[in-house]
Design a protein around this ligand. Structure first.
Ligand code: FES
Length: 107
């Protein structure tokens, strides 16, 4: 299992132990984490799974995948260098303890 820590825009912190291979988006939806919508189900067609990877973790979550940048342009909240589509972050053992912050708005 891999621990993922979600911090909502209001500071609410949710820690979840998730199976490897799941995406940060799917784990949030499966556990009713508020702040991730995931409207397209992970097909990279919506940007409602926008999250900010904590700077300490950014090197481990990898680069944005092809097409992610374009989709982030439609995100409802500010996009920063730490912005990612959480459906494009698969959980691996190297991400145990990953911290992501959630934007105020997804739509
Ligand atoms: S869930 Fe739609 S882009 Fe991630």
């Amino acid at each position: 299992m891999v621990k993922v820590i979600y911090i909502a825009a209001d500071g609410t912190r949710t820690e979840i132990d998730a199976p490897e291979g799941e995406s940060v988006m799917r784990v949030a939806l499966a556990n009713d984490v508020e702040g991730i919508v995931g409207e397209c189900g992970g097909a990279m067609m919506c940007a409602t799974c926008h999250c900010y990877v904590e700077p300490d973790w950014a090197g481990r979550t990898g680069e944005r995948v092809s097409g992610e940048e374009d989709m982030l342009e439609g995100a409802a909240s500010e996009v920063t260098q730490y912005s990612r589509l959480s459906c494009q972050i698969p959980l691996t053992g190297a991400l145990d303890g990953l911290v992501v912050r959630l934007p105020e708005d997804q739509i």
